[in-house]
Design a protein around this ligand. Sequence first.
Ligand code: ASP
Length: 319
Amino acid sequence: MAARFNPIIIGSERSEAGIPAAMEILRAGGSALDAVERGLRLCEDNLNDHYVGTGGLPNARGVVELDASIMVGSTRAFGAVAAVKNYPNPISIARKVMEQLPQHSLLVGEGAEAFAEYLGFTTVELLTPESKKLWLKQLETANSESIEGENTRATSGDERYRLASLELVKRMAPHTGPWGTINIIALDQFGELVCGVSTSGYPYKHPGRVGDSAIAGAGNYSDIRYGAGACTGRGELALRSGTARTIVENLRAGQDPETACANALLEARALPDDFRAELRCLSLTQDGRHGGAAGMEGSTYTLMTEHSTAPEFRPRRIL
Ligand code: ASP
């Protein structure tokens, strides 16, 4: 009889909205794939979370565009969608890309939406009144200095965007406080290690911008032989540095998960980058070791084992 693994699940900040239900699946003998999808769907449906799914903060034009991906550690099968509008659960579309379109790994924009429609997924308005208010406030702030030669006080967000889009995008800043993508990594009793990532992306991004969350090796990577790695925060750094894959390479070199995250983060942060946001890393191995690293004091990650009665919060190594 094959050895039984001890199920465990970890997630980035605010994943506690989905992790208990995901652990229920693992406890009942379910798969890591089902657990990760279930957990992320609940996070995507959490209206109080402005960085994922419904209620996510929109792009500079006021339109919510979602990215998500899922990766299976035993096969390195990967499915992802990016810049998806109107569909509240991109993680489920990403899973279907992996399962039903094995000749593809990533669908974007209209094509991803057409696939979701074909699958029978329903559409919703992703921009909630609360997210719209936050966007309008940011637009107002960004517009408070006039942009030379342009009338940035035009009426609709769309028109303002066309008038001075690049200037506006440069001026739009993230909110202070906990923000970012959701990572969930689960190990099931069969030893499968699945990593999922879902996000509304960088708030007020340029329309069409895709971050690390949808890209294998950047924001998401799982290889059962060594472990899984995932990122939140400044996606362009993870894209440029291949951070999730670097975490896994560090595990492969024998580093423990926290050190693997810390070294991957240091490598990404060594790149020249004027932007104001930080990158964060998370990792779990098939033998149940885990760890994380971040720049912000007090950063944590969420953990549940089979014996947990509630999500537990663990400190990340702060660099
Ligand atoms: N990593 C995400 C992205 O770049 C953003 C975030 O985590 O806040 O799209």
